[in-house]
Design a binder for this molecule. Structure first.
Ligand SMILES: [Zn+2]
Length: 505
């Protein structure tokens, strides 16, 4: 009897030791999860950048056949700016009302109603819960929503970053942090939530109180709210913040990190980078006119690009990673700002910077574990103003051409420019591109099919957008399912079995 038991245990041990290497082989590295958000990018924003760079639409790398592609709804729970106390959805997306000129070209048109703001949309992406506009990880029942993807990532041992081309305490980077606030406008409190918790390891963006939108030094009128107040700003810049932050500001510091020189960390375990510019890296610099061409206004020379920030953040996170992987949110935040202002040339510039950041991430992934160990999601949080061709007479609208972009923005005196249908957020479907570990999980989450989509976006349809749409909350569903994987639990389980077997033997 004893011998029989021993044989059985030995057999089990043999099986276990045989299985373990197989499991381990598919889990040699922990999964990295990277979410990239081009804020406020209607289809026209993606089209315009690709037309400018490639001469044709649907040419960016994420249109490749290896990518999962879905349309996505972005509407909030309701359009209140404060909690209303009910979890009943008040708005939605109805494909039967979304198409046709009336939906587009008046401020009362269907797609101009019920849009999300970046706070509610960011919260939905980061927590899987819809809420009122203005909420930063805050529910319509007036309570914090937890966990956010960064909180979940940190609980699973990952290192966590959030970076943006606008103020780092702005709605999208804040939603992808451990900040929880009833209003996105409480910037100082949000910044301090991000700095004082134990979740964030890397924060980067604009919002520097000491600089103008042109990157020149301010001598008066400094506004410290985006960086947590004057006292906190002073602590950061004297390396005395109690939460061990290393603060950087200069372009050369961002570039050093992007080039792999991490000596500036000097033993610090957290890094906050606040570029030397007020609100956006480039979009809010002076000199814009509606007849500008792309890159016609000189760039601010003293700030990093989103690409540089992206590489810097990846290098720091990789340096801090203890083997459980990284979570990083990267926002092209000023795409939205250019859209609000109907700035065609700057929309293209901002989307190009975002696309370059995507390319940098793709390259990084292919050199750091490959797609089986990384999940990359590229999307936007909502549409904005639906930039399109110059004609208002084609239903539902004419697509942007390269000639439109060269002409700038449509005005009565500039009739060949890109036409903008509003200066506000819109409720049309938006694209989502996903590739890597777990990207196939979106397939189970499709909510419906917009059967008109391919009539107007046949080029997008040809690249795999077949009208199926998911919801923005599904980004949380998929990313949160991937964050604890691959197979950490399974390995621990097998490890326990082995230990048990060995003990009994
Ligand atoms: Zn937004």
């Amino acid at each position: 009897m004893k011998g029989k038991m021993k044989n059985r245990l030995s057999l089990f041990a043999t099986m276990a030791t045989f299985i373990l290497p197989m499991i381990s082989a598919s889990a040699t590295a922990s999964t990295n999860v990277i979410v990239m958000i081009s804020d406020g990018a209607s289809f026209g924003a993606w089209d315009a950048a690709d037309l400018y760079e490639y001469g044709t639409t649907c040419a960016s790398p994420y249109f490749g056949s290896e990518w999962s592609k879905y349309l996505m709804t972005t509407y909030p729970l309701n359009t209140s700016s404060t909690p209303t106390g009910s979890m009943t959805p008040m708005v939605g997306y109805d494909p039967s009302r979304a198409w046709g000129l009336a939906s587009y070209n008046t401020s009362s048109g269907y797609l101009h109603q019920n849009a999300a703001d970046s706070a509610a949309a960011g919260t939905a992406l980061s927590t899987g819960q819809k809420t009122y506009n203005n909420a930063i990880n805050w529910s319509n029942l007036n309570a914090p929503i937890m966990p956010t993807l960064p909180e979940l990532a940190k609980a699973n041992g990952k290192v966590v970053g959030t970076i943006s081309s606008v103020q780092w305490s702005h709605a999208t980077p804040a939603a992808f942090s451990d900040a929880h606030d009833v209003s996105r406008n409480n910037y100082e409190a949000i910044a301090n939530d991000m700095l004082n918790g134990n979740v964030m390891d890397v924060i980067m963006g604009a919002g520097n109180p000491d600089y103008t939108n042109n990157g020149t030094l301010k001598t008066s009128g400094q506004d410290y709210k985006y960086v947590g107040g004057q006292t906190v700003w002073n602590q950061l810049n004297t390396d005395t913040h109690p939460n061990d932050w290393k603060s950087i500001q200069t372009k050369s510091e961002f570039e050093a990190l992007a080039n792999g020189d991490l000596s500036i960390l000097n033993g610090k375990t957290r890094l906050v980078g606040t570029a030397q510019v007020a609100t956006t890296l480039q979009q809010a610099r002076s000199g814009y006119s509606h007849t500008d061409t792309v890159f016609s206004d000189p760039f601010n020379v003293s700030v990093p690009s989103l690409v540089t920030m992206t590489l810097a953040a990846l290098n720091v996170l990789q340096h801090l990673d203890n083997g459980n992987g990284i979570f990083l949110q990267i926002e092209g935040g000023a795409v939205d700002w250019a859209a609000h202002a109907n700035q065609t040339s700057r929309l293209v510039e901002e989307q190009l910077d975002f696309n370059n950041a995507v390319k940098a991430v793709i390259n990084w992934i292919e050199n750091n574990g490959g797609w089986e160990n990384n999940l990359l999601i590229v999307t936007t949080d909502h549409g904005n103003s639906m930039p399109s061709g110059e004609s208002s007479n084609i239903i539902p609208h004419e697509r942007i051409s390269r000639d439109n972009i060269n002409a700038g923005t449509y005005t009565s005196s500039n009739p060949n420019g890109v036409r903008w249908w509003s200066g506000n957020h819109t409720n049309e479907l938006v694209p989502l591109f996903a590739r890597g570990y777990g990207a196939d999980r979106f397939a189970a989450l499709v909510d419906g099919i917009d059967s008109n989509f391919d009539l107007y976006y046949s080029d997008w349809a040809a690249m795999g957008f077949n009208g199926c749409y998911i919801d923005n909350t599904d980004v949380f569903v998929v990313a949160s399912s991937v964050i604890p994987e691959p197979a950490t639990v399974v390995i621990l389980g097998l490890g326990s079995v082995l230990m048990l077997v060995r003990k009994k033997q």
